[in-house]
Ligand binder design. Structure first.
Ligand code: ATP
Ligand code: MG
Length: 475
C-alpha cells in the first residue's frame, strides 16, 4: 500500500482527545466533507475515538493501520464505493464491524451490504439516537469477535490431541500423558466422572497409535447381562446358549489389530472378569461354548467413573484384574476444578452448534459467561455442551444471554443466592449442593466435610459414590 499518498489524512480527523478513555475506535468514511465532519464531531462528543477518511483508499489504509472497531461508511463515493470498501477492507481488519450509510437506501443495496458482512445500515439523514444505538451494538459485536478469535488462537497454540480442548495445566498434563502412552500397547485405565471426556481420550489414544488404521471398538459393559456381555466380548459357538443360533465372533476378534474400549469396566460381573484377566495375561481366549483357543492383537483401554479400588475393597472387582487394567491410569479432572477451560469449551461448542443449526450466534453475554463460570457442572463437559447447544437453539439475537441458560438450582450459588432459590428447590438438591460445595472447599476430604456439615462421613461417602463425584484425595 506504499503508493497511497494520503497518509497525512490518518492523523487528521477528530481523534484528538485521549483514546484510552474512549468507548471505541470509529472510522467514518464519507466523500462529503460536511457530512463526514458533522458525524465525526457528533461521535466525538458522544465519547468515541473517531478518525475519518474522505475516500475508500484512505479508509483501507486506516483499516490496516489503525484497526478500528467500527466503520461507518457511505455507500456512494466516487473512487471506491462502500460495498467495495467492505469487500476489500474486511480482511485487513477482520474484527471491525461495518455499518453502511446511504441517502438512497434501497433494500437491494442494504441486503447486498449485509451479505458482504456489514452489520446493519443507517439511512441519511442520520438520527443521533439511532447512530449511537447501532454503534454501541457494533462495538459489542467487535469485542465478541476479538474475544472469540483470541480464544481460538489460545486453543490452536496449545498442545492439542484430536478434539480434546483444554489449556488448564491438569488437562495439558493429561494430554501429554495420552500422547506418551498412545504409542505403546500398555493397557490404560481412564478414570473420571461422567461427561469428563473419557471416551474422547480413549479415541485419542487409538488415533495417536500405530493402530489408528485398524478398528476402534467400543463396548459399554454396564449395558448387557452377564451372558450377553461374555458372548459380546468373546463371541460364541452355535447352540452355546438359548438363542445362539450360529457361531458369532465377539468384539475382541473384531478389534484385532486395533483397540477395544471397555466403558464402565467396573460393572463387569465376576465370571467375565476372570476371562478378561486371562486375555490381558495370555492374550488368548475361547468363544463361549467353544474349545478353540483364539489369539488376537488387541489393545485394551478401559474407563470407569467409579473408584475401582473401592470396588476391589468391597470384593466386587478382582484385585489382580484391577492391577492388570491400570498399567497406566489416567485421571480426567472434573470440569469444576479446571474452570479456566469453560470459556474455551463454551466457544468451541457455540461455533459447532451455531454452524450445525445455521444460527448466527456470535458469542455469550457477560452474565451468561459468568453463570457458566460459577455453575458446578455435575455432568461436566457433556452438561456444558448440552447447555450451549440448547442456548444456541433457543437464543433470540446474536448473543447468548443468561436467560438462554437452563435455570438450575445449583447455578447461582456463588452469588450467595441459595436463599433466593427457597422455596423452589428440593431437599435432595439442597443436600447435594451442601455436600459438593463443602467437599470442594476441603479438597474432597469426606472426614472434614462430615465435621463441617454435622452428618456422618459414611453418609457423605454413600452420596458421593451415588453421584460418581471425584475428589483428588479420595482414591
Ligand atoms: N476436553 C474436551 N474437549 C472437547 N469436548 C469434550 C471434552 N471433554 C468432553 N467433551 C465432549 O463432551 C461429551 C462427553 O464426553 P465423553 O462421552 O467422552 O465423556 P465420558 O467421560 O465418556 O462420559 P460417561 O462417563 O458419561 O460415559 C462429548 O460430546 C465430548 O465430545
Ligand atoms: Mg463415556
Amino acid at each position: 500500500m506504499t503508493s497511497v499518498t494520503t497518509a497525512t489524512d490518518l492523523t487528521k480527523g477528530t481523534a484528538s482527545r485521549s483514546a484510552e478513555a474512549r468507548k471505541g475506535r470509529i472510522l467514518v468514511v464519507d466523500d462529503e466533507a460536511n457530512a463526514r465532519n458533522a458525524l465525526a464531531e457528533l461521535l466525538d462528543d458522544a465519547g468515541y475515538s473517531v478518525s475519518t477518511a474522505a475516500d475508500g483508499r484512505t479508509a483501507l489504509l486506516q483499516l490496516e493501520q489503525a484497526d478500528p472497531d467500527v466503520v461507518l461508511t457511505d455507500l456512494k463515493m466516487p473512487s471506491m464505493d462502500g460495498l467495495t470498501l467492505i469487500k476489500t477492507g474486511r480482511p485487513l481488519s477482520p474484527h471491525a464491524t461495518f455499518i453502511v450509510m446511504t441517502a438512497f437506501a434501497t433494500i437491494d443495496t442494504a441486503v447486498q451490504a449485509i451479505k458482504l458482512g456489514a452489520e446493519s445500515y443507517l439511512t441519511k439523514p442520520l438520527e443521533l439516537d439511532a447512530v449511537i444505538a447501532i454503534v454501541d451494538r457494533a462495538l459489542e459485536r467487535t469485542r465478541l469477535s476479538r474475544e472469540a478469535a483470541e480464544l481460538r488462537a489460545r486453543v490452536d497454540d496449545r498442545f492439542q490431541l484430536g478434539n480434546i480442548i483444554g489449556e488448564h495445566p491438569s488437562m495439558q498434563r493429561l494430554m501429554k500423558n495420552v500422547a506418551q502412552v498412545a504409542g505403546s500397547r500398555a493397557t490404560v485405565l481412564i478414570h473420571g466422572e461422567t461427561g469428563t471426556g473419557k471416551e474422547l481420550i480413549a479415541a485419542a489414544i487409538h488415533q495417536n497409535s500405530k493402530r489408528k488404521d485398524r478398528p476402534f471398538i467400543r463396548l459399554n459393559c454396564a449395558s448387557l447381562s452377564e451372558t450377553l456381555l461374555e458372548s459380546e466380548l468373546f463371541g460364541h459357538e452355535r447352540g452355546s446358549f438359548t438363542g445362539a443360533m450360529s457361531r458369532r465372533e465377539g468384539r475382541f476378534k473384531q478389534a484385532d489389530g486395533g483397540t477395544l474400549f471397555l466403558d464402565e469396566v467396573s460393572e463387569i460381573p465376576p465370571s467375565v472378569q476372570i476371562k478378561l484377566l486371562r486375555f490381558l495375561q495370555e492374550r488368548e481366549f475361547e468363544r463361549v461354548g467353544g474349545n478353540e483357543t483364539l489369539k488376537v492383537d488387541v489393545r485394551v483401554v478401559a474407563a470407569t467413573n467409579r473408584h475401582l479400588k473401592q470396588r476391589v475393597d468391597e470384593g466386587r472387582f478382582r484385585e489382580d484384574l484391577y492391577y492388570r487394567l491400570k498399567v497406566v491410569q489416567l485421571d480426567v479432572p472434573p470440569l469444576r476444578v479446571r474452570r479456566s477451560d469453560i470459556p474455551l469449551l463454551a466457544h468451541a461448542f457455540l461455533r459447532k452448534y451455531a454452524e450445525e443449526n445455521d444460527r448466527q450466534v456470535q458469542g455469550l453475554s457477560d452474565e451468561a459467561l459468568q453463570h457458566l463460570m460459577i455453575y458446578p457442572w455435575p455432568g461436566n463437559v457433556r452438561e456444558l455442551e448440552n447447555a450451549i447447544e440448547r442456548a444456541v437453539v433457543m437464543c433470540q439475537g446474536d448473543l447468548i444471554r443468561r436467560d438462554d441458560m437452563p435455570t438450575s438450582a445449583h447455578g447461582d450459588l456463588q452469588n450467595g443466592s441459595v436463599m433466593a432459590l427457597i422455596p423452589g428447590i428440593t431437599m435432595a438438591e439442597l443436600e447435594r449442593i451442601a455436600i459438593l460445595r463443602t467437599l470442594d472447599a476441603v479438597d474432597g476430604s469426606t472426614a472434614r466435610a462430615a465435621e463441617i456439615l454435622g452428618i456422618s462421613q459414611r453418609k457423605i461417602q454413600y452420596r458421593v459414590k451415588e453421584w460418581g463425584y471425584q475428589a483428588p484425595t479420595l482414591d
